[in-house]
Design a protein around this ligand. Structure first.
Ligand code: ADP
Length: 284
């Protein structure tokens, strides 16, 4: 079970004076259960790539398969049931007069009874921490964080197996950011494949098991956070930075003369310090 991309090339507005090649020769396989972060400087092709995974964009050349099934016009509806997309600032897409109706919209074509619809909505709302007391409110009455949750809930009601997200934490305050990332981790632990675009290297390092770096419409690097963030010069040449914690431990490694492994998460950093103390290499 996976999303497989074969020789994907994509050009916006082909054969016009505005023609723009956005993706070149992408070959990729994302397995079910992975938590993948797609990073890269602005205009590197991240969003264009993700929009191919559920048929929002159609490849100019190449193919995309979801669980072995090639995405074609005819199966788009089934593919989108399986592969959900949360846009950047998803709350901008809320439109119905009540929160409940907005969330229910995504289920319209599922052929569920009213009772089943209600159950699904309550389950998804609980998952995202959206208070059921808000169901009959107008979306305009919600706070920023509540709106974001309602919008995410509208995608999760379909119970997608693959979840694509374009900058899900953007515009949220630090608490909202943390909650959003924790929620995605929880979903991933339940088996949902998460593929997200992020500009925060710290968030990426804390959450993703795999990082894909885009550059000029191509995959420049693909590996674990430890592999990707092990070379600040290379990352810098791609217009990116390494996580703060990675920088800190690099500086510590250089100053102390201790040869330390690449650290990309707080938990790794804590474990490493404890190990150094217990080995007597770091005196308290
Ligand atoms: P990223 O998500 O990494 O910022 P995008 O996938 O949005 O990059 O864009 C890749 C390239 O395609 C950029 O050069 C961008 O200007 C161009 N592009 C994106 N969307 C459109 C569009 N709708 N029409 C024309 N060109 C576009």
């Amino acid at each position: 079970m996976s999303i497989v991309v074969k020789n994907l090339n994509f050009t916006y507005m082909p054969k016009t004076p505005f023609e723009k090649k956005a993706l070149s020769d992408i070959d990729l396989e994302i397995n079910k259960g992975e938590f993948v972060a797609v990073i890269g400087h602005t205009g590197s092709g991240k969003s264009t790539l993700l929009q191919h995974f559920n048929g929002l964009l159609t490849a100019t050349e190449g193919e995309i398969y979801v669980d072995g099934e090639k995405i074609v016009k005819k199966n788009l509806y089934d593919i989108r049931k399986k592969v959900g997309f949360v846009f950047q600032y998803p709350e901008h897409q809320l439109f119905a007069d009540t929160v409940y109706k907005d969330i229910a919209f995504g289920l319209k074509r599922f052929g569920l009874t009213e009772e089943e619809t209600k159950e699904r909505i309550e389950k998804a709302a609980k998952l995202v921490g959206l208070d059921a007391g808000l169901f009959e409110s107008s979306v305009f009455e919600l706070s920023g964080g509540e709106k974001r949750r309602a919008a995410l809930c509208g995608v999760l009601v379909s119970e997608p197996e693959y979840l694509l997200l374009d900058e899900p934490a953007s515009g949220l305050d630090p608490k909202g950011r943390r909650e959003m990332l924790d929620l995605l981790k929880q979903l991933n632990a339940k088996g949902v494949t998460v593929i997200l675009i992020s500009h925060s290297m710290d968030d990426v390092a804390e959450t993703a098991g795999r990082v894909i770096v885009m550059n000029k419409g191509r995959i420049a690097l693909d590996g674990t956070p430890e592999q990707i963030f092990s070379d600040p010069v290379l990352i810098g040449s791609l217009g990116l930075d390494i996580p703060e914690i990675t920088k800190m431990f690099r500086a510590f490694s250089e100053r102390s003369g201790l040869s330390l492994p690449v650290v990309t998460t707080k938990a790794q950093g804590k474990a490493l310090i404890e190990k150094l103390i217990s080995e007597g290499r770091l005196v308290q």
